[in-house]
Design a protein around this ligand. Structure first.
Ligand code: HPA
Length: 267
């Protein structure tokens, strides 16, 4: 049974009824990948209950169609916790992804690097995360399904496919732990030193709640960060959202190569 039958028929009426295989959430400055999809773009505004997704650098359309021969659903914009204080802001879009038949979600984001050896412009495949915000999108969920195991939240088989694709494309892709800070203010240098000691390699303001929700819904998950800056205190570079948007395209070129090759190899 679909969770959202009305939305599902609305989307199918515009994009066709073939099941989607993979969902992609695009992070700040990574929106151009949606343009590469041969399909239909549905503005979030046409989808009742979808988030407003009003952060600049995001493009709030759901694009459904073919990318490298695989049917994908691309979320051009995401809602962040820091917009309205709702950690479950992406629940409806992820439920819709499940209703569309997707087996997996690949989330992307822009992140700050905590590792001097992982410079701006790098990409990092998430091996795990730390929810440093302490928030959880499943608070209030009334069933035992809320007790989601997070031991292998980032699917080993999907990560292996991404790794093989990166190797085949000769793209250097780091592996690492992503720490979620709520934002919207950036972190202090002391927070960055602390989270580094705790085992994080990158820091950002998204993705973790989506990963928890996607696991709750039974989707397999992978996520890739593009490093847009060294985290607070690690370099003299000024940290800002403008900087994030300006730097994201460097990693995005690598990310797109890895994603396209991964999809091609999925036939
Ligand atoms: N911190 C948090 N979020 C980010 C950063 C950062 O340094 N860079 C891009 N998104």
């Amino acid at each position: 049974m679909p969770r959202n039958p009305e939305l599902l028929s609305l989307i199918r009426a515009r994009a066709g009824t073939d099941p989607v295989r993979i969902g992609l959430i695009l992070g700040s400055g990574l929106g151009h990948i949606a343009g590469a999809v041969d399909g239909v773009a549905i503005p979030y505004g046409d989808l009742p209950g979808f988030p407003h997704a009003g952060v600049s650098g995001h493009d709030p359309n759901l694009v459904i169609g073919d990318l490298e021969g695989v049917r994908v659903a691309v979320f051009g914009g995401r809602a962040h916790y820091y917009e309205k204080g709702d950690p479950a802001a992406m629940r409806l879009p992820l439920e819709v992804l499940q209703d569309l038949g997707a087996e997996a979600l690949i989330a992307t984001n822009a992140a700050g690097s905590l590792d001097p050896a992982m410079p701006t412009g790098s990409i990092m495949c998430l091996s795990d995360h730390i929810s440093f915000s302490g928030l959880n999108p499943l608070i209030g969920e009334a069933t035992d399904a809320r007790f989601v195991p997070m031991t292998e939240a980032y699917d080993p088989a999907l990560r292996a496919r991404l790794r093989a694709a990166a190797d085949a494309e000769a793209v250097k892709m780091f592996d690492g732990v992503y720490a979620w800070f709520s934002g919207p203010s950036f972190e202090t240098p002391a927070e960055i030193r602390a989270i580094r000691i705790l085992g994080a390699d990158a820091v950002g303001m998204s993705t973790v709640p989506e990963v928890i929700l996607a696991r709750f819904l039974g989707l397999r998950v992978a996520a890739i960060s593009t490093v847009t800056n060294m985290a607070a205190g690690l370099s003299d570079e000024a940290i800002s959202h403008d900087h994030t948007k300006a730097m994201a395209p460097i990693g995005a070129v690598k990310l797109e190569k890895v994603l396209r090759r991964t999809l091609r190899e999925m036939h």
